[in-house]
Design a protein around this ligand. Structure first.
Ligand code: R5P
Length: 301
């Protein structure tokens, strides 16, 4: 039987991409809160004998983890052959070390928990910095695909004479591969983070690139202080208002305002997280990876 896809509210486009790539059926999932705030989950479409695919972006994870866990456990109890998770944004990857005594290494703890709930995981550009791969924190088959090719095609089509700028060392992997695919130069800035909303950014000498259109690229825009500070420094260095490209549009409350007051020309994101700034489609590559993952890890019946 074809895969059965259950998608969380707001993820209809993801469900459609998965159904298309996997020739799957979109099932009905009922989610609500009891009056006391606890989660109610019902798999309205029966999962017995099906390979179940849960489509659940993990931005704001604490709001979704309970329903995700209940849905996965219930699918198994009701006879699903397998249960996979497609999370275009994977949460808790940035706290990947114990920076201060007593801190949780959230990437490991979350990976341990999620590995106990589902059989496989597909995601897009997880924040791999101190972990070399998802295998360090996930004990299930876990595949990450990259938005770099899609971003590069968008830049090649929309920004002649781009200079790709990674705002910090962690962004170097995205900036480098986008620049290579788009056929333009790239530079990486130096960031010191002093707090959640307090970053300092230093520029190397960029004199040889003046006249190019600076395109800031980062995997995550959260408070946007990284992008906004980098944009200010680039303008001080004589560049025109830069374009900001983010893979995952987390966008906290004041993020757009911070970018506007830094004078950025345009903000463009991928649709891994639904947001008004989405301009680059990545759901197709995520769905294709999910189809390949299911084909290689489908249990024999
Ligand atoms: C961290 O290193 C990430 O790559 C991003 O630079 C960071 O998450 C962006 O956060 P914010 O938008 O809050 O500055």
């Amino acid at each position: 039987m074809n895969a059965l896809i259950y998608a969380w509210p707001g993820r209809e486009a993801l469900a459609a991409a998965l159904a298309d790539a996997m020739s799957g059926d979109v099932g009905s999932l009922e989610l609500r809160r009891f009056p006391d705030g606890e989660s109610y989950v019902r798999l309205v479409t029966a999962p017995a004998g099906r390979d179940v695919v849960l489509g659940c972006g993990l931005e704001h994870p604490d709001e979704k983890c309970t329903s995700l866990y209940f849905a996965a456990i219930t699918a198994r109890e009701l006879g699903a052959r397998s249960v996979g998770l497609v999370a275009p944004y994977l949460a808790y990857m940035r706290q990947d070390a114990r920076f201060h005594d007593g801190e949780a290494i959230a990437s490991r703890a979350f990976g341990h928990w999620l590995s106990s709930a589902v059989d496989w995981l597909v995601t897009l550009d997880p924040h791999l910095h101190r972990h070399a791969s998802l295998d360090e924190v996930y004990s299930i088959p876990a595949r990450a695909v990259s938005a770099a090719g899609s971003i590069a095609r968008w830049i090649a089509a929309n920004v002649p004479d781009a200079l790709i700028v990674g705002p910090d060392a962690e962004s170097a992997q995205w900036a480098g591969s986008v620049a290579m695919s788009a056929g333009c130069p790239h530079v990486v800035l130096e960031k010191t983070r002093r707090g959640d909303r307090d970053v300092e950014i230093r520029l190397p000498s960029l004199a040889q690139w003046r006249g190019r259109k600076a395109v800031l690229i980062d995997d995550i825009i959260s408070t946007a202080h990284t992008m906004a500070t980098a944009a200010l420094r680039l303008r001080e260095a004589g560049f025109a208002a830069p374009l900001c490209v983010g893979v995952h549009a987390l966008f906290g409350a004041d993020a757009l305002a911070a970018l506007r007051s830094a004078g950025v020309a345009r903000i463009v994101t991928c649709n891994s997280i639904p947001h008004a700034t989405n301009s680059i489609d990545v759901l197709g590559i995520v769905a294709t990876a999910a189809r390949e993952m299911l084909a290689s890890h489908r249990p024999s019946s």
